[in-house]
Ligand binder design. Structure first.
Ligand code: MG
Ligand code: MG
Length: 266
């Protein structure tokens, strides 16, 4: 008999999660180095060089490089760029900018994927607040990734938090994802929706939670380079991402250096 197929979600063993943790730590340490390197006058190509050196020096492989033809080891998305900005030697960071740095690494075939948004020098209080709201919404989503819950609990937690903070735009065209032996796997993990829908969350599942929050409307535009996604209204956007595993003890944030105690792991 033909049987209707549900999207298969890869379940990792304890040993496989340990390798994903190694990949996650490479990403976490690399993003820490990059955050410290961000300053007015540095180019996004210089940041990319630091990232590639950091990842390879730990014996890992940059997962973005060559992914569907992407030319660099990180995505660098400045100001109105939301995600997938391409590092460039002509893109010079300036005081007051904000930059999203998205990084992925592979260890023994297992992936980690994480992003942070970092201020360049002094930024306005409005932008500082945007960054804080975006990061906290990610943590709310991670905290909702508990065994016994449902997949849509994650997006619901992100959306509920953001809606309570002001008239921010939650990007809908780009979403989080399953992750494991590939960077992008089933299922999609939206940053919005009702709770209590979708697959049951089971220990060993891994997901990347990555809210993209705009100061203005949620609309997006894809630039002619076929990579860079910008806001439709030209206002600025923030992006945070962590990879986590569902465990019996709560979410284990594989790309957080402390394992994500902020997400309430017991
Ligand atoms: Mg990413
Ligand atoms: Mg991702």
């Amino acid at each position: 008999m033909w049987k209707k197929r549900k999207p298969a979600i890869q379940i990792k063993s304890r040993d496989q999660l340990a390798v994903m943790r190694e990949a996650g730590l490479v990403v976490g340490r690399t993003l820490q180095r990059l955050s410290e390197a961000v300053k007015p006058g540095i180019t996004t190509a210089e940041l990319d060089a630091i990232a590639e050196e950091s990842i390879r020096s730990e014996g890992a492989t940059p997962s973005f490089k060559g992914y569907q033809g992407f030319p660099a080891s990180i995505c660098t998305s400045v100001n109105e760029e939301i995600v997938h900005g391409i590092p460039s030697s002509t893109k010079v960071l300036a005081e007051g900018d904000i930059i999203s740095i998205d990084c992925g690494a592979i260890v023994d075939g297992w992936h980690g994927d994480s992003a942070v948004t970092v201020p360049v020098g002094e930024i306005s209080s409005e932008l500082q607040r945007l960054i804080e709201v975006c990061e906290e919404s990610m943590w709310r989503g991670l905290a909702a990734g508990r065994a016994g819950g449902r997949l849509s609990d994650i997006g619901h937690a992100v959306e509920t938090y953001v809606r309570g903070q002001g008239p921010y735009g939650i990007v809908e065209e780009y979403v989080g994802h399953g992750i494991g032996t590939q960077m992008h796997m089933d299922p999609a993990v939206p940053n919005y929706g009702e709770a209590g829908h979708g697959p049951d969350l089971v220990p060993g599942m891994c997901f990347a939670v990555e809210p993209m929050i705009n100061l203005g409307t949620p609309e997006t535009v894809l630039l002619g380079d076929d990579w860079t996604v910008i806001t439709g209204d030209g206002r600025r956007s923030a992006h945070f991402e962590h990879t986590f595993a569902v465990t019996e003890d709560g979410p284990w944030v594989l790309t957080a250096l402390d394992g994500g105690r902020g997400a309430g792991r017991d």
